[in-house]
Ligand binder design. Structure first.
Ligand code: SF4
Length: 183
């Protein structure tokens, strides 16, 4: 089982979304929201690739009691400034969200666990013209490890988790999948 930053992000938003994504029911390619995010990142920081490196990283976990299968944590970090130990993440969102912080903390966690020296993360919000500094403390590490265990449990469920209230679903790429015909 691969637990990715995307799954961690979805875990913060909706367990059902995370489960659907993991089980290869993908709607993101049809989502204008996702496309817009990619576009903003490319247009806002066109020269970033010259200064920073894209990093793919993974961390196999020791199999725990009651685990159905091995767990490997994986992430593809878009921009890592290895010289200064800074992870950069760009969000198209016009609002700051806790899930963004959790995603960057997961990157810092994976780098640190792989013996890479990290300083902090920076989330850039071009629409807000703001940045947010992200650090990783001991409590964050404990929370990440507890979340990984909960994510594993949800993903091993045979049944898709229940829907959130529809008011929380409007911007979700699975909206049609979950609600069309049900509203
Ligand atoms: S539409 Fe709502 S319930 Fe369905 S996956 Fe998205 S957030 Fe979850």
């Amino acid at each position: 089982m691969n637990i990715t930053a995307t799954l961690l992000n979805y875990y913060q938003l909706c367990h059902r979304k995370m489960w659907l994504h993991y089980h290869a029911i993908r709607m993101e390619h049809t989502s204008e929201v996702v496309y817009e995010g990619k576009l903003i990142r490319e247009e806002s920081y066109p020269f970033r690739a010259d200064k920073n490196e894209e990093v793919e990283i993974s961390l196999p976990l020791q199999k725990g009691d009651g685990w159905g299968e091995e767990v490997v944590l994986t992430a593809k970090i878009d921009f890592f400034d290895a010289k200064r130990g800074i992870v950069h993440e760009t969000k198209k969102s016009a609002a700051k969200e806790w899930a963004h912080v959790a995603q960057v903390q997961f990157y810092l966690y994976l780098l640190q666990k792989n013996g890479v020296e990290v300083s902090h993360g920076v989330i850039e919000y071009p629409k807000l013209r703001q940045t947010e500094r992200v650090t990783l403390g001991e409590e964050d590490v404990l929370r990440i490890e507890a979340n990984i265990e909960k994510i594993r449990e949800v993903l091993e469920q045979e049944q898709c988790p229940p829907k959130l209230p529809i008011s929380k679903c409007k911007a979700c790429s699975y909206f049609e999948f979950c609600w069309v015909g049900d509203e």
